[in-house]
Design a protein around this ligand. Sequence first.
Ligand code: GAP
Length: 438
Amino acid sequence: MTSLETIVALAKRKGFVFPGSDVYGGLAGTWDYGPLGALLKENIKREWWRSMLKPRTRLLGGQIFPLDSAIISSAKVWQSSGHTDHFTDPLVECKKCKHRFRADHVEGTKCPECGGALGESRQFNMMFKTHAGALEDESAVAYLRPETAQGIFINFKNVVDAFHPKLAFGIAQVGKAFRNEITPRNFVFRSREFEQMELEYFYDPKDAGKYFTDIRAMRMQWFLDLGIKKDNLRFHDYAPDELAHYSKATTDIEYRFGLSQDGFSELEGIADRADFDLKNHFSGYRWTGDDFTKSDAGFVPNVIEPSVGLDRAFLAFMMDAYDEDELAGDKRVVLRLHPKLAPITAAVFPLVSNKEPIVAKAQEVFDMLGGEYTVRFDDIGNIGKRYRRQDEIGTPWCVTIDYQTLEDGTVTMRDRDTAKQERVAIIEIASVFREKLL
Ligand code: GAP
């Protein structure tokens, strides 16, 4: 199994992820995504949006509307949602060194840092508080959202008024969330600034039970289709006594991150939140026909929420793709990322870097593919070394322009996973990629 340390080292060495505020000694719980990490994240997001917006998803019963709500939000949002009062962790503080620890992470009454006495356990709110505008008083308090979901709930009526959808329908959002985690740990698995991809799927409560199983299956299939090994994923269905008080059903999709005793930890949560959130923000509102208004008649729509951390998905894709094998007696590191996710789709090499017609032809091929795909040009070192560099960052195909290219307009296309090479006409390369990326 791939260790977290291996991934952290590769991520830094190859420009996927760097520690946040690194030149100033770092800021715990923050990470900067480098050029390859930014591309991989974009590709994961694109695949999530595709799965949400494509017709198959609409077969769940309704359309899915994209949303991009503000990160800084009114204190009233979080008062109504329950986060101001309940989004807390129990903390203990060392009386001597003032270090704080999660109460459930320390044993005994002594500080794990300095051995000083620990104080009483107190609740600590995990939201980042700020002030909007020039005043720094209570009236100007605002919060960085700790989840994207509430942005969806508070816009429920706006979307209904603008589009008049029929139930069931969904609103989906991808964006940053912030939590002042006391003990951020395990690389991007638990950080203070991260991204979420959340769908809220609203339905008529008389259809209870109709959508949960489908959404649960659809989300698991998404990970499998993007290449995560079946053995490394599992469902964890919550028992009735594990459920939040408002939830009718909750299932986690867990991945074998190797960070817990049995190896599995939460990757995505899928919850039927009933009418809890809409009631919090729109007390007295009911769904009447196809409208949402203040009324005694009608009902409050229920909601199912699949919520996945983009950074956690990023880590799962990296860990699952990492492999070490041997090619022609040489050890290599290879990142077997799904071609749809790979940061670089193809690398273009001139066989030699000092023969003008070959270099010019390679440049031409590079420009042609660059219009449609993320491609890299590499003319440094021997071809074997160039292959290894691309294998390590997960590039599925390498295209080499050689002497034969000048004669018949074909190149060698080398496959990352099998290391097999085939000759392909230049005019066909883009369509070969297109077919493989369907
Ligand atoms: N709206 C529901 C919600 O936010 P959650 O279980 O708190 O539920 C959902 O978060 C997902 O967000 C988690 O399954 C995880 O993938 C991701 N997540 C939560 N806290 C995180 C953190 N501190 N760092 C990275 N990802 C996190």
